[in-house]
Design a binder for this molecule. Sequence first.
Ligand code: SF4
Length: 83
Amino acid sequence: MNSMDFKDASKPSGPVTLASGQTVSVNRDLCIGCGACTATAPNTFGLDGEGKSTILASADSDPKEAIENAKNGCPVGAIDTGE
Ligand code: SF4
């Protein structure tokens, strides 16, 4: 049913550690599916069928700064990067 390519299929919203050393996770209980992170770091974040943000297999393609910006831009503070 879900054809998205997650960084870690066993935990689509992380935490996952990227090549940059960032450990990224989304708190699914907090995420309201606004999509802001998917616009700011489109290779990293994607909304799943439940409207929750997940971490995509292509996450290493986004600059670390873009992921930090997505974290800082999340209206509910659902993204953690360990920094
Ligand atoms: S910006 Fe935050 S609330 Fe919006 S989709 Fe991303 S994780 Fe969810």
